[in-house]
Write a protein that binds this ligand. Structure first.
Ligand SMILES: [Zn+2]
Length: 65
C-alpha cells in the first residue's frame, strides 16, 4: 500500500496494519492531525470522498495554524 502525502512524504508498507500505523504516525507527528484507520484506508484507496491527501481530508481536529 502506498500513499503520497502532499508534504512530499510517501508512506509505504506491505500490509494494512503497518501502513495505517505509519500513516497515522506521519499525520500526527508532521501535521498534528489524527486519522482513524478507516480514514487512512479511504485515503489510500483514493475513493475521493475524503480527499487524496492528509491535508485535503477532513480530520477530526483542525491542525494548528
Ligand atoms: Zn505529510
Amino acid at each position: 500500500m502506498r500513499l503520497a502525502c502532499d508534504c512530499g512524504a510517501v508512506i509505504e508498507a506491505d500490509n494494512a496494519e503497518k501502513f495505517v500505523a505509519r500513516a497515522q504516525a506521519h499525520a500526527l507527528e508532521t501535521h498534528s492531525m489524527r486519522f482513524s484507520a478507516d480514514q487512512i484506508l479511504a485515503l489510500a484507496a483514493g475513493d475521493g470522498r475524503h480527499g487524496t491527501t492528509f491535508r485535503s481530508a477532513r480530520p477530526d481536529h483542525e491542525p494548528p495554524a
